[in-house]
Design a binder for this molecule. Sequence first.
Ligand SMILES: Nc1ncnc2c1ncn2[C@@H]1O[C@H](COP(=O)(O)OP(=O)(O)OP(=O)(O)O)[C@@H](O)[C@H]1O
Ligand SMILES: [Mg+2]
Length: 231
Amino acid sequence: MSGRKGKGVMFTVLVANPKGGAGKTTIATNLAGYLAGKRQRVVILDMDRQRSAARWLARRPRGFPEIRGALPETNPHIIRDYAPQWLIVDAPAGVHGAQLQAFVKLADAVLVPVATSAFDFEATADFLNELTALKPIKEGRRPLAVIGSKVDGRTVAAADLDEFLAPLSLDVLCHIRDSQLYVHAARDGLSIFDQPRSRAEEAWADWPPVLHWLQTLVTAKAEHADTSGKA
Ligand SMILES: Nc1ncnc2c1ncn2[C@@H]1O[C@H](COP(=O)(O)OP(=O)(O)OP(=O)(O)O)[C@@H](O)[C@H]1O
Ligand SMILES: [Mg+2]
């Protein structure tokens, strides 16, 4: 990576859920694909030893909007030099404790994809309790959003997810449908936003709530940086 593009704020999104297969890498790679398509400089920091996001990037065909990758061992200077507007952190399964605290500290916002099986609820409950008890989250300094993963918002499964989250005082920000588009995109190093409108438009329609949520937070961070800079 080279070529500093000038200063600006970098917004870090942590995608985390200790349950394997919850949809973390799918959310991280598709968010990256969307942002890159909007001409944003995006780095995916793949913290998972399975390297799913890094391998996805390696499969990404030429000619699609650029997304750069970083690994835990990547020199932070290399990331800084590229001056990404977005750093998307794909957390490993099983994350908790001190590692989770460190990830949350690094992040500006946390996305938690939750799939809707009983197994997913059981495996995610302790994590959400731990996460919402962390000071930066409790005090609202690290906004947290839950994304329904592989679920249609109009189904009983979506209602089950609402019921699961209610005692935690958490709402679902959006539902990402279960679609083969994601499976094919993962295989091909693409996001659904790299696919033609005629094929992917319905799936795109699931994303605006999370994209708007992030945009609002980025704007607030940029304004805050601006004010602090002038002070
Ligand atoms: N919305 C979706 N529609 C269809 N398949 C999906 C969707 N989201 C994820 N999948 C599939 O579910 C599986 C698990 O998804 P993914 O790898 O994103 O989860 P993960 O939380 O990153 O898993 P891990 O904990 O192993 O890193 C993958 O095969 C992926 O292609
Ligand atoms: Mg993953």
